[in-house]
Design a protein around this ligand. Structure first.
Ligand code: SF4
Ligand code: SF4
Length: 401
């Protein structure tokens, strides 16, 4: 119990510190107001989203029950499309597989992926000798500042522009003004070259259509297009809960996801089925045209199958990672993200319990929830986080009785 006490005490100290951090208050105050305004506008403009969210919930609940046959179907389709597909039971297997595919000392450009955060993808690949660049602006800021995301959709949400300017000025070795446009331009200029020199692009996925083997990735910045379209090898790392039966199902998941992520329409929706190809000369299909010549998909479990198999927590696996709940959570509004854990907010406590090696790792995060239920109102999947939190607290504490 003493370890648990220590973890709780450390966590409480972190949370207290965060709640007194002026940068966090400033940045979150701006972000919450802007999210609420944008999501209200998006849902008013496209009112069918609410009904579609119910449909997506039903599609995903059924898909979770069938994740194994769906994964086999998807793997077969990906191979038929001249890609490669694999299953990794945990993070270590996933990292090992990537290392095997790409060989030693590669330059890698990476898009945002919470699964990547969960398995410490960048850090583990760097430890194996690879040079890894985060290309999502928020993730890039955190890479430079040696931090981890504070929100699942907006990783650097806790940093106001003034603080970002300090980090960039130090890294680029010149004065970057605390103006968002100037900050974005500096990163654009720096990363542009990396896309073309990188050996490998790594992405996540928002949904996978088992029938056709297509993966869908939502983004706004255009970095995912470049990561998945320019380097000669593209590897997608995907949680097994992202599988749905058909392409149309995957599109519905994406539309609900981006709408609750506050967008009427996102900048880009990337749909990828295999390596680039052409049949323009004598109708001879040749793989490796302008885009990647190799496409690999690694389906990762890492605790998800246990979550899905337990009826008390299965619905947590419905989470689309839209991030809406966090903007409504009174605790998150004061403290932002994880403080040592990948997943944050109330839903983060449930996920932490399944994806970390020991369930008790989730204990401090579980006590970060007031069980007020505001997150359920915002959640497109209506995930009952407060009830699951109460149940998990019992489960975790039982171990110490
Ligand atoms: S129930 Fe918990 S996670 Fe949900 S909004 Fe309230 S405090 Fe936040
Ligand atoms: S719990 Fe719901 S609102 Fe929160 S990120 Fe997941 S799907 Fe979105």
């Amino acid at each position: 119990m003493s370890n648990m006490k220590k973890e709780m005490a450390n966590y409480a100290a972190d949370i207290n510190r965060a709640s007194n951090d002026e940068n966090i208050q400033k940045a979150l105050g701006r972000a919450v107001a802007s999210y609420r305004k944008n999501v209200t506008e998006a849902l008013d403009r496209y009112p069918h989203t609410l009904e579609m969210a119910e449909e997506v919930k039903a599609i995903k609940l059924k898909a979770l029950d069938n994740w194994q046959p769906l994964m086999e179907e998807a793997m077969e389709a990906i191979r038929r499309n001249h890609g490669q597909a694999y299953f990794a039971k945990d993070g270590a297997e996933c990292i090992q597989k990537i290392h095997e595919i790409i060989g030693p000392r590669r330059e890698i450009v990476k898009g945002k992926s919470m699964l990547g955060e969960e398995i410490h993808l960048r850090q583990e690949l760097a430890a194996l000798g690879h040079d890894v660049w985060e290309t999502d602006l928020g993730e890039f800021i955190l890479q430079l500042n040696d931090e981890r995301p504070m929100h699942i959709l907006s990783p650097a949400i806790h940093m106001p522009r003034e603080q970002v300017a300090e980090v960039f000025s130090k890294f680029f070795g010149r004065e970057i003004a605390p103006e968002v446009a100037e900050e974005v331009a500096a990163v654009r200029e720096f990363l542009r070259e990396k896309y073309f020199t990188a050996d490998v692009g790594i992405s996540g996925a928002n949904a996978v259509a088992a029938e056709t083997g297509q993966i869908a990735i939502i983004e706004n910045e255009g970095n995912v297009r470049l990561c998945t379209g320019v380097p000669p090898i593209h590897i997608a790392v995907v949680g097994i809960e992202k599988l749905v039966p058909s392409f149309i199902d995957a599109m519905k998941v994406c539309e609900v996801n981006w709408r609750f992520g506050q967008y009427g329409a996102p900048g880009y929706l990337n749909v990828i089925s295999g390596p680039s190809k052409t049949g323009d000369i004598e109708k001879v299909t040749t793989y490796g045209a302008h885009g990647p010549r190799e496409f690999h998909v690694i389906f990762v479990d890492n605790g998800r199958s246990d979550m899905i198999a337990d009826p008390r927590y299965k619905e947590a696996a419905l989470c689309l990672r839209c991030g809406g709940c966090m903007y409504e959570c009174p605790v998150f509004a004061l403290t932002a993200g994880h403080f040592g854990h990948t997943y944050m907010g109330g839903i983060g406590g449930i996920w932490t319990a399944f994806v970390e090696k020991d369930k008790e790792e989730a204990a401090p995060v579980l006590y970060n929830c007031l069980r007020c239920g505001r997150c359920i109102e915002r959640c497109p999947m209506k995930i009952d986080v407060p009830s699951m939190t109460a149940q998990l607290r019992e489960d975790v504490m039982k171990k110490y009785e």
